[in-house]
Design a protein around this ligand. Structure first.
Ligand SMILES: [Zn+2]
Length: 723
């Protein structure tokens, strides 16, 4: 881990001339993993509100933790409000605390249940008293004014990068660890609340970077680029400080700052992967147009840099929309589907409830049922590794420095791979070394625009070793700082050169499906489109010219023609020789390059023809039988796992009229699915179970493959094969 982390740091800071930042990077080093980290499989969280002490029923919660078989708990301790008799000056005790130690009582009760216990703090807001004594603790807006809290205007927003966190919160964390020797401290909203222009931030940023704090969000502004890195540096310094201070008191503990995510998250996941012994994904439910597989995506993104370290997924029992109905309760079916997709993707579930006093009890039974189910399944949920052969690359540097709607390309691929029922993992672009990617046969680059020379070299080596590579749109056209290149970094691999422009947005443009004139046959990329002569094009296309022959391209351009008035809607050009996909074999490896935004357009338009192209591109590039195939109606998230003595196929039934916009009203069972799975070399299946149906299906063996019929799936079925 250490060498990976240090090597990655070189990539991270490459040519940027900030000696102070680079020096701080080299202090990276992972502390030992606390002994408890891999134990808990089912987490509970009780977030107290200020008036809970003396009002909420402590025994009720202990009983509920027991009934749900929760084996770990996160309890509110301090920060914004202290729930124990703190001695740290300006650490605000709950006005309802009196002489009680509510946190201490909860800790004692949970310990009696044998639970792992971690304390929650939240440093993001404070009171007038603190502000008056320490104005330097308070965040300052761009106009130079100290910031009142947006939701609780009697409070102040604190600066995340200055003495409030580095000094005051360090004292709070030390006090909590000294008094209670908890297993860890989980810190919520610790990374500031937007840009802060306080004196500390101004001075520290200028010293580190030579720039003034940026006042725009343009990633091409050198000050903004420097800020993106400097802010991370401060936060990683803060993380290490808190971690080392609590470990001095309890060496078997750690801090778990609430952080992490995918391409658009602000802190470098690769460095987090080196630093954190475990990590909590905090995406609590769907909102807006979120897809139900988004929870599984959290799991894949975290695992890409956390490897085998346990990862946990927080789910809310309430509605998670911008209007923040924090005391609401979500529909049972929606909770079940959301959690199932996380569990199928190796997130250990963590339910969160705000307020010890319940205003709506409808969630209690569904969560209890889910947790008892997962307790029964525990042996089969202790995954050792995924068996997926396809990796979908994500790139924080592309999101930070190239910007744009980079994520939409990945979301299109994600949806396509779900619909194609291809088990896949996500891969962090800073972890493309042979050891990390050797499990994969194919890597997909969904407009991974910003890539360094060394990342391109790693991808080249992957293909040389026989890997498949699929790239779209502007992949590798920018360096790791988002600076445009004259030509693709991967020009040799793609077989094309950049001609200098982008076409689009294209209206009314098409793709002609071609046959090989010698044989009359079509390329396997066009499978399922036998009855079509042309299909719709995308929206934007990179102009390229070939640097090697591409005989008989399967897709060629039919250029845009007028879409109004209707009398003018006829193609001016029926056929061109402009390829719209570049397929080549390179040794044992295969490369497919779509110069247009097929994945982004798919996410926007969801054309089934584009889906077929995406699915076929994966099959062609991968060029081996899939490790599992699942045949039957509906939309399923299919994941494939190896445990110590077993193998599992998870089938999460996403088939629902509310799939693309929740919440689902009800779970709707889908019909028969035929599952065909490859067993490890030389392995025999000793026993096969359907864990949800609680049945032993008939299993047929044919060579290395085992076939099982699953009669029906409500929300989540697991085919568990003892080896
Ligand atoms: Zn500040």
């Amino acid at each position: 881990m250490k060498s990976v982390s240090v090597a990655g740091a070189t990539v991270a800071l490459g040519k940027m001339p900030w000696a102070p930042l680079r020096a701080a990077e080299t202090t990276a080093g992972a502390a030992p993993t606390p002994s408890w980290v891999d134990k808990p499989m089912r987490w509970a969280q009780l977030t107290l509100v200020e008036d809970d002490p003396g009002k909420f029923d402590l025994q009720f919660w202990l009983d509920y933790f027991k009934r749900t078989r929760s084996d770990a708990v996160c309890l509110s301790a301090g920060g914004c409000v202290a729930y124990y008799p703190t001695k740290v000056p300006f650490h605000h005790r709950s006005a309802w605390l009196g002489g009680r130690d509510v946190f201490g009582d909860l800790v004692a009760g949970c310990r009696k249940l044998g639970m792992v216990v971690i304390a929650r703090t939240d440093p993001h807001a404070t009171y007038d008293e603190a502000q008056a004594a320490h104005p330097d603790w308070i965040a300052v807006d761009a106009a130079g004014k100290p910031r009142r809290h947006w939701a609780s205007p009697e409070m102040w927003v604190t600066c995340g990068l200055g003495p409030y966190n580095f000094e005051f919160m360090t004292d709070v964390h030390k006090e909590i660890m000294s008094r209670y020797r908890v297993d860890a401290i989980f810190i919520n909203r610790w990374d500031g609340s937007g840009m802060c222009y306080c004196e500390d931030c101004q001075k520290n940023f200028q010293t580190a970077s030579g720039h003034k704090l940026p006042r725009n969000s343009d990633p091409e502004d050198p000050a903004r680029r420097a800020y993106i890195l400097w802010r991370q540096q401060r936060l990683f310094d803060l993380w290490r400080l808190w971690d080392s201070e609590v470990r001095k008191i309890n060496p078997d503990s750690c801090v778990i700052p609430n952080t992490g995510g995918g391409a658009t998250s602000a802190l470098d996941m690769q460095r987090i992967g080196g630093l954190a012994p475990t990590l909590i994904a905090d995406r609590q439910a769907r909102r807006g147009l979120a897809a139900p597989w988004l929870n599984g995506k959290n799991g894949k993104e975290f695992r890409a840099t956390m490897g085998r370290k346990p990862i946990v997924g927080i789910f809310s029992v309430g509605v998670e929309e911008p209007y923040r109905w924090k005391d609401s309760v979500q529909n049972e079916a929606e909770i079940r589907l959301w959690v199932a997709d996380g569990v199928a993707n190796d997130l250990r579930p963590w339910f969160t409830k705000f307020s010890g006093v319940l205003h709506d009890e409808r969630w209690l039974k569904p969560v209890e049922d889910l947790y008892r189910r997962y307790a029964r399944w525990e042996k089969y949920l202790r995954n050792e590794r995924p068996l997926a052969r396809v990796g979908l690359v994500y790139s924080q540097q592309t999101a930070w420095f190239y910007g744009g709607r980079a994520e939409d390309h990945a979301l299109g691929w994600y949806q396509a791979l779900i619909e194609a029922r291809v088990p896949f993992e996500m891969v962090h672009d800073r972890l493309l070394d042979q050891a990390r990617v050797s499990a994969f046969k194919t890597l997909i680059l969904p407009n991974i625009a910003a890539l360094s020379e060394s990342q391109c070299a790693q991808l080249r080596a992957f293909v040389e070793r026989g890997g498949g590579l699929i790239a779209t749109y502007e992949t590798s056209l920018y360096d790791e700082w988002g600076v445009k290149r004259k030509d693709f970094g991967l020009a040799d691999l793609l077989g094309v050169a950049f001609k200098g422009g982008i076409t689009g947005p294209m209206q009314n443009s098409y793709l002609r499906l071609e046959s090989d004139p010698a044989t009359g046959r079509r390329h396997p990329l066009l499978a399922g489109l036998e009855d079509a002569s042309r299909i719709i094009n995308g929206v934007r296309c990179v102009e390229v010219q070939i640097t090697r022959p591409f005989p008989n391209p399967p897709l060629t351009l039919i250029p845009s023609y007028p879409d109004l008035p209707m009398e003018q809607v006829y193609p001016r050009v029926l056929k061109t020789d402009v390829p719209e996909v570049y397929l080549r074999e390179s040794g044992a490896g295969r490369v497919a390059y779509f110069p247009w935004d097929i994945d982004r357009t798919f996410w926007e338009v969801l054309s089934v023809d584009h889906l077929k192209l995406l699915r076929n591109a994966v099959a062609w590039a991968t060029n081996e039988p899939p490790p599992v195939s699942v045949t039957g109606p509906g939309v399923l998230d299919v994941t494939l796992w190896r445990q110590k003595d077993s193998l599992t196929v998870h089938l999460v039934n996403l088939t629902n009229p509310m799939m693309m916009k929740g919440p689902v009203r009800e779970l709707i069972p889908i019909g028969e699915q035929k599952v065909r799975v490859r067993l490890p070399d030389g392995a025999r299946a000793k026993k096969v179970r359907l864990l949800a149906a609680e049945k032993s299906p008939r299993a047929e063996r044919s060579g290395q493959y085992l076939s099982v019929t699953v009669p029906s799936i409500l929300d989540h079925e697991v085919v568990a094969i003892d080896l």
